[in-house]
Design a protein around this ligand. Structure first.
Ligand SMILES: *Cc1c(COP(=O)(O)O)cnc(C)c1O
Length: 471
């Protein structure tokens, strides 16, 4: 028997608490139940002069956060776009912590480097991206955008004879960004981070299906000869719209523009024979972002940046100093990532992909789409409810109508927010709200591996109860 060190005791205690949390998901409220004041009151002890035993720290932490941990691991969580954690991914993540590798360069953690190399190959294959595509394992789609757009910035200025890494942006030809008008805010933030300026974003209007029409992009491309980055979407937040890449990407290329795709969850449609038609032509673009912490159900934080022009990607990110031994034939993550020291994120992704296999990934996409569609249709069919959007993928929108005679759209907006609040307060399921095309809606988003048919039925019942109790 190994000696029961404080380290072993603390890790075992954490595992017991983790099991209790996961085992309790079905019984516990999905929404949090503690108030901000309660959280601050319990956690806000003075920092003592003397330290505390590790097991005590863990026990206190678990007791103090009671009611303040959101049930996003639950199969009845349909808020935002948040996946759960697959068993192998969570376990690999624990090992990542125990191994505590600095995955900045190969020399600091050879296996951490190789596991990313292998997982990158699997992912490119799943997404149908060409073999020369380079990959960065970053914190999320936000930083994947910053990484890809930095590569794009390099390439479109290189084409004008400007070395942006050396010369900076002052005095460079101004870059314009033609971006899907329904894009996620993280695109604009990435544009700010890399100094392109959000004023240089030209919105591309979308049609009633949320897609950029070829004529819209053609007109925008023709309006200027400035270096251009086009930002398209694979899976918009509300209706999971996909731009018509097979037409738009060649048009952008012919105009000398770089096409970047936000595929935070939508890129995964490519992995399913039933859904990949939605992303037709996606592989013709130049860079892509997605999250592993959403659809792949890897613990936070885990995003992916893919760049077709590996040279541009590397030029934008690389760093070499004399005290860092270069990897030679091996992959140094610092060449592809904005971070220096970093967590060995590849282990959890590698584990998740192996646990699921190709069929399992496709099945996860198919299953969660079916669940989102069933929840949207089931709640939308209740008296006083209305389906606003039932997407082709894993998102949906439902609106709740005020029963008052002569109720206005504003009354329906208020009713919608009240019903969402009532469902969430029941603890049975959790949804978020959104203003879509001027109207308040409840968002239905499913990408958790844990969601079952029983969860879907229980969620629809929770909505029925909330509607009845509040009518
Ligand atoms: C979640 C999301 C993002 C941002 O991703 P993070 O992982 O939170 O950085 C961007 N775009 C879309 C469509 C998303 O769903």
């Amino acid at each position: 028997m190994p000696t029961e060190t404080p380290e072993r005791a603390a890790l075992k205690r954490a595992a017991e608490h983790a099991f209790a949390w996961l085992d309790g998901l079905d019984a516990r409220s999905v929404a949090t139940t503690a108030t901000l004041e309660e959280m601050r009151g319990r956690l806000g002890r003075p920092l003592a002069d003397q330290g505390v035993a590790a097991t005590q720290v863990i026990d206190d932490l678990v007791a103090d956060v009671e009611g303040g941990i959101l049930g996003s691991q639950s199969g009845r969580f349909f808020g935002w776009v948040i996946g759960g954690g697959l068993p192998a991914a969570m376990a690999a993540d624990w090992l990542t912590t125990a191994w505590d590798q600095n995955a900045g360069i190969h020399a600091c953690g050879p296996a951490a480097s190789v596991v990313e190399e292998i997982a990158a190959g699997w992912l490119k294959d799943l997404f149908d991206l060409s073999a020369e595509t380079s990959v960065g394992f970053v914190t999320g789609t936000q930083m994947a955008h910053a990484t890809c757009l930095a590569a794009a910035r390099h390439a479109v200025l290189r084409d004008r004879g400007w070395d942006v890494e050396a010369q900076g942006l002052a005095g460079s030809p101004p870059i314009r960004i033609l971006a899907n008008a329904d894009r996620h805010g993280s695109v604009d933030r990435a544009v700010r981070f890399i100094g392109l300026g959000s004023d240089n974003i030209v919105p591309l209007a979308t049609d009633e299906d949320g897609r950029v029409a070829p004529s819209v992009l053609a007109a925008a491309l023709a309006a200027s000869t400035a270096p251009t980055i086009v930002v398209l979407q694979a899976g918009e937040l509300n209706r999971a719209a996909f731009d018509p890449f097979e037409t738009l990407a060649p048009m952008a290329r012919a105009a000398g523009a770089w096409t970047h795709v936000d595929g935070a969850f939508g890129l995964w449609a490519k992995t399913s024979p039933a859904y990949r038609h939605l992303a037709k032509g996606l592989e013709l673009c130049d860079s892509w972002t997605t999250d592993a912490h959403k659809y792949l159900n890897v613990p936070y934080d885990s995003g992916l940046a893919f760049v077709r022009d590996a040279q541009a990607h590397r030029a934008a990110m690389t760093l070499s100093t004399s005290y860092l031994p270069a990897g030679g034939a091996a992959r140094d993550q610092i060449d592809w990532n904005p971070e220096f020291s970093r967590r060995a994120r590849g282990f959890a992704i590698y584990a998740a992909l192996r646990e699921l296999g190709r069929d399992g990934v496709a099945n996860l996409v198919d299953r969660t789409c079916r669940h989102a569609q069933a929840v949207t249709a089931g709640i939308g069919a209740l008296p006083g409810a209305q389906v606003v959007v039932s997407s082709n993928l894993n998102q949906g929108l439902v609106r709740f109508l005020s029963p008052e005679a002569g109720a206005s759209e504003a009354d329906h907006d208020r009713r919608t927010d009240a019903v969402i609040a009532a469902i969430n307060a029941s603890g049975e399921a959790l949804f978020g709200g959104v203003t879509y095309r001027g109207r308040r809606c409840m968002r239905v988003s499913a990408c958790n591996w844990r969601t079952s048919e029983a969860d879907v039925a229980r969620t629809i019942e929770a909505a029925r109860a909330a509607l009845t109790a509040n009518s």
